[in-house]
Write a protein that binds this ligand. Structure first.
Ligand code: F6P
Length: 377
């Protein structure tokens, strides 16, 4: 009689949370159970749980009714890099240590045939290192920022864009009532996809991205011109990672426990103050922050997450390891994790939506006075 050992698949969610994570967990677990009779082990709080051995076998009731639930039932963390692990020392001192041996030992203790790691660039980098150390990993891309080059889209992005669009719709009515400039700061560390797409969907007048250097003169000119010759209000949508004309990004805090120590945030207030001083127009700022990451995923994100989760489960159970599942031309395909982390997907200068929004007069803060005057009525 042939004895086929049941596969044991670990699953974790790493980095910032994102709408659709639970849809992936559900899809992975149900596929692994139904198609392979596998056991699925939920690793708690991302790589923290792998280092500390906090994990449990997932039960049926855990993955029921979670498709439309935001967040992650497993918990997540962006402080759990096993090679850069914050260890509490006497006197409340934190020491960064290499605890990767603990993570690898726990994979062996729990007899995991493979680990499915759902995360962004940080998680994929760690996954790649785990692979080099003999752990079988399958990656699932996740980030509201949509900045992973290897996949056409990441789930969570569509939900975040919907939140931005709704917020800008709401800002329009109050901006026009009070004839104000409204600055809205949205997420996007390295890439401006959320600002571009949410700003375009909401009808922002100025969109500032990390990829397109802007000048104060250009922003002031557009806002003043709108105030005198068009509508007496303006909406400025700025990505948190956009770079100021005279410096770098605006960093809110540094936390060495995080995989990426820099916590961005605050550029909205800087832009609003500059506009008020530079134009004399009353200006207000709204920081959307984690509203973009919370709550129920859109139907699109649930479907994308389900497709990614099922293919990840097939890869993990069939032994197709060292890959990240990616959306390419409407198909989910495995791509080598190394390829997946090689490049960020930033907004190219000739992107279609950049061209379309420019055509209808949206400013990216880098136009000359001549270019702006072409949009005059
Ligand atoms: O990468 C996703 C993201 O939401 C970024 O857009 C943002 O800069 C970051 O996470 C915020 O992380 P945290 O929730 O840890 O402050």
């Amino acid at each position: 009689m042939n004895f086929i050992a049941r596969k044991r698949i670990g699953i974790l969610t790493g980095g910032g949370d994102c709408p659709g994570l639970n849809a992936v967990i559900r899809a992975v677990t149900k596929t692994a159970w139904a198609q392979y009779g596998a056991t699925v082990v939920g690793i708690e709080d991302g790589f923290e749980g792998l280092v500390e051995g906090r994990m449990h076998e997932i039960q049926d009731n855990e993955v029921s009714s979670i498709l439309g639930q935001g967040g992650t039932i497993l918990g997540s963390s962006n402080k759990g890099d096993p090679w850069h692990y914050p260890v509490e020392m006497p006197g409340n001192r934190i020491e960064i240590q290499d605890c990767s041996y603990k993570a690898i030992r726990n994979v062996q203790r729990w007899a995991l045939d493979a680990v499915i790691a759902i995360g962004g660039d940080g998680t994929m980098n760690i996954s790649s290192k785990l692979m080099e150390n003999g752990v079988n990993v399958v990656g699932v891309p996740k980030t509201i920022d949509n900045d992973l080059a290897a996949t056409d889209l990441t789930f969570g992005f569509d939900t975040a864009v919907s939140v931005v669009c709704e917020a800008i719709d709401r800002l329009h009515t109050t901006a026009s009532s009070h004839h104000r400039v409204m600055v809205i700061e949205v997420m996007g560390r390295h890439a401006g996809w959320i600002a571009l797409t949410g700003g375009a969907a909401g009808g922002a007048d100025v969109i500032l991205l990390p990829e397109i250097p802007f000048s104060w003169e250009s922003v002031f000119r557009v806002v003043k011109e709108r105030n005198t010759r068009r509508k007496r209000f303006s909406i400025v949508c700025v990505a948190e990672g956009a770079k100021l004309p005279d410096g770098g990004q605006v960093i809110k805090a540094l936390d060495e426990k995080r995989t990426d120590a820099r916590q961005l945030g605050g550029i909205g207030a800087v832009v609003a103050q500059a506009i008020e001083e530079g134009t004399g127009l009353e200006t207000r700022v709204t920081v959307l922050g984690h509203l973009q990451r919370g709550g129920s995923p859109t139907a699109f994100d649930r479907v994308l997450a389900t497709n990614l989760g099922t293919v990840a489960a097939h890869c993990a159970c069939r032994g197709d390891h060292g890959v990240m599942v990616a959306l390419r031309n409407n198909e989910i395909v495995p791509v080598p994790i190394k390829e997946a982390i090689a490049q960020l997907r930033t907004v190219p200068a000739d992107n279609q939506l950049v061209r379309s929004t420019r055509s209808i007069g949206v400013s990216f803060g880098n136009e000359t006075a001549d270019e702006d005057s072409r949009h005059d009525d």
